[in-house]
Design a protein around this ligand. Structure first.
Ligand code: ZN
Ligand code: ZN
Length: 639
């Protein structure tokens, strides 16, 4: 619940898997599965977060709440279920105490939880603090102090109360709640209401992968894939779609049974031969999931149909009609008879999606591009083929230029980061820890930064298979100045400049602020440009076209931060960048090993924007990258 107040996202287990329907990466999947099925860790993490929030709301020791928050973060980092860390309580205790951030008190509480399923302190907090207040803490701009005031002065116990009090004008009369704050609260509430019923991809993807893999394990011969907007790489999901095929009706029934009996299902809406619909609860959200079942001969047609988008399906059907054919979720049929599958019609194509495109004279259009913007009738077939040939792919990324070490708030030492980068096949890794203003994130003072840079360079000198770069993620202060002076930035190999505070500035101020960073000759990458959190915080709303124009003029790359909670810039903004031909950096902003797996979320978003590989600095050969880092004007338009 306290994620809003963390300056940086917690490092939960990796939730990434590449091209959700085609590629399996055992480790990413294992981690993804942990993310949803590791219920003990989740419940514990939540308990410690609520302990911290509760103490803050009660106005009690901030020291204790900070320590609970550290424990929650440490639990979030674990990839194994906490209750399986040891075979007996003594071993479990010893292993828990060895985890950084988990002290004696936390160990006692964790053991209490493992033993009794609850923590007495936590239960007590929940009795004293109304549940809706935890939810209010998610409203951007509302800290524990303000929520406490609203609660004590006006009796506000949740979102609805707050809306009522805002309307009555009473909030404005409270101390430190001026007209401006009230306005911000109003728009934050509106934003929350609008996004509340859609599940962020960071929660939807691990859940969908887990459902898919669960079904595959029930019937290993079956084909099971994720479809819908999730497959298209959309950042928030209305409902989940899965498509499965097996030639044996009994096997299909077993798949259906497994689906409706999943432990997370709260309601079964439909359970039939061809379709099952359920409601599931995931990460505090409720979401509907649909499973379509059919014959392998129609699998590609069903997958295509249920992947959408609607507009893309309409287009494909129209093209089919032009060929005197009919396309539906059962296949592509000769003739114009409705529901040919009911009249014994044999499809011309249907088992594979690729066959459908082929039979209609189209190149295979990947799911991320099945949107109106990439309609072949709109962009032209030749331009589409060209775009597909140049479209970025995850395999092409060889550099991560935004990562954190223990020097600030990362989990790994430099040596560990090097080992991780090697294992993940990177050719270039930049370590970019936080700058001095990011106090909560352990930002570095100038002297500490210089020591850190020296340590990175020393380590780098001994490496021949990895280019290790010394950088910083420097705060862009609210007025557009940077948190280190230029002469310090000039000493670094890579400078990522990012906004972290004052994220509700007005558009003009935000644009000026970001433009100043883009124009700084020492800044290579504008990090997470808006500072948004998907579905949670809108972040800055700069004039994207102005940013793109300046970025392109100065050779500065705009970041697509791959963390699925950020995805910043989003696909729409990135599309503008692509149109102007800006350089883009897709970085994971990893604070832990698992977070390097976020890359696939970033790449999927980049593909939705039609980003060509060549515009992405992370795909460049180390030599070319070095040239640009040495003088980014070589990346400017018209170079
Ligand atoms: Zn940042
Ligand atoms: Zn960062």
């Amino acid at each position: 619940m306290s994620a809003r107040r963390r300056v940086f996202p917690s490092s939960r287990p990796c939730t990434a898997a590449t091209g959700c329907c085609t590629t399996d990466r055992a480790s990413a999947l294992a981690a993804a599965r942990n993310d949803v099925s590791n219920d003990v860790n989740k419940a514990l993490q939540r308990a410690f977060e609520e302990l911290a929030d509760g103490l803050d709301l009660l106005g009690e020791s901030s020291f204790r709440s900070a320590s609970h928050r550290r424990v929650a973060r440490a639990i979030g980092d674990l990839t194994a279920p906490i209750d399986q860390l040891g075979d007996d309580p003594a071993q479990l205790r010893a292993r828990l105490e060895a985890i950084p951030g988990i002290g004696e008190g936390a160990t006692r509480r964790i053991l209490e939880f493992v033993e009794h399923g609850e923590i007495a302190d936590h239960v007590e907090i929940l009795e004293r603090v109304p549940g809706g207040l935890f939810q209010l803490l998610q409203v951007p701009g509302l800290g524990p102090k303000a929520v406490r005031t609203l609660w004590q002065e006006l009796g506000v116990q949740g979102v609805d109360d707050l809306r009522r009090e805002l309307d009555s004008g009473r909030v404005e009369s409270l101390p430190r709640m001026g007209r401006k704050t009230v306005q911000n609260l109003r728009s934050a509430l509106e934003f929350l209401t609008r996004t509340r019923d859609r599940l962020p991809v960071a929660l939807a993807m691990p859940l969908a992968l887990d459902l898919r893999d669960g079904l595959r394990s029930v019937e290993p011969e079956a084909r099971v894939e994720i479809a819908g907007s999730l497959r298209r790489g959309v950042e928030t999901i209305g409902d989940l779609d899965l498509v499965a095929a097996h030639h044996d009706p009994a096997a299909r029934r077993r798949l259906a049974e497994a689906f409706v009996n999943d432990g997370r299902v709260t309601d079964v809406l439909a359970s039939g031969e061809r379709k099952c619909s359920v409601r599931l609860s995931a990460g505090g959200h409720a979401i509907q999931a649909d499973l379509r079942l059919g014959e392998p001969a129609a699998f590609g047609a069903a997958l295509h149909y249920f992947t959408g988008s609607k507009e893309h399906n309409v287009l494909m059907r129209q093209i089919a009609i032009g060929f005197g054919r009919r396309l539906n979720e059962y296949g592509l049929f000769e003739g114009d008879e409705p529901r040919p599958q009911d009249h014994g019609g044999t499809p011309l194509a249907g088992a594979e999606e690729a066959e459908l495109y082929d039979a209609l004279g189209l190149p295979f259009i990947p799911a991320e591009l099945r949107e109106e913007a990439f309609d072949p009738a709109r962009v032209g077939l030749e331009a589409l083929r060209d775009l597909l040939a140049r479209l970025i792919d995850e395999d092409q990324i060889v550099a991560d230029l935004h990562t954190h070490s223990t020097a600030s708030d990362g989990r790994h030492s430099l040596e560990e980061l090097v080992a991780i980068a090697r294992r993940r096949g990177l050719a270039v890794l930049a370590v970019t820890d936080h700058s001095r203003s990011s106090v909560l994130a352990g930002g570095l003072e100038i002297d500490a930064l210089r020591e850190h840079v020296a340590a990175i360079r020393e380590l780098a000198a001994g490496l021949d298979d990895l280019v290790l770069l010394a950088g910083a993620e420097v705060d862009i202060l609210p007025d557009g100045s940077l948190d280190y002076p230029d002469e310090v930035l000039a000493e670094l190999d890579v400078v990522v400049a990012s906004p972290h505070v004052s994220l509700s500035q007005d558009r003009a101020t935000a644009t000026r602020r970001l433009l100043a960073a883009i124009r700084n000759p020492h800044v290579h990458i504008l990090g997470h440009p808006t500072g948004r959190i998907v579905g949670r915080r809108r972040g800055l709303q700069p004039d994207i076209d102005a940013l793109c124009a300046a970025a392109s003029e100065h050779g500065t790359a705009l970041e697509l931060n791959a963390n699925p909670r950020r995805l910043d810039l989003d696909d729409a903004a990135l599309r503008r960048a692509v149109e102007v031909g800006c350089l883009v950096a897709i970085d994971t902003d990893a604070h832990s090993d698992a977070q390097f797996g976020y890359l696939s979320y970033g790449v999927r978003t980049a593909r939705r924007a039609g980003l060509p590989a060549d515009s992405c600095v992370n795909t460049w050969e180390p030599e070319r990258l070095r040239d640009w880092l040495a003088d980014k004007s070589v990346g400017a338009r018209g170079r």
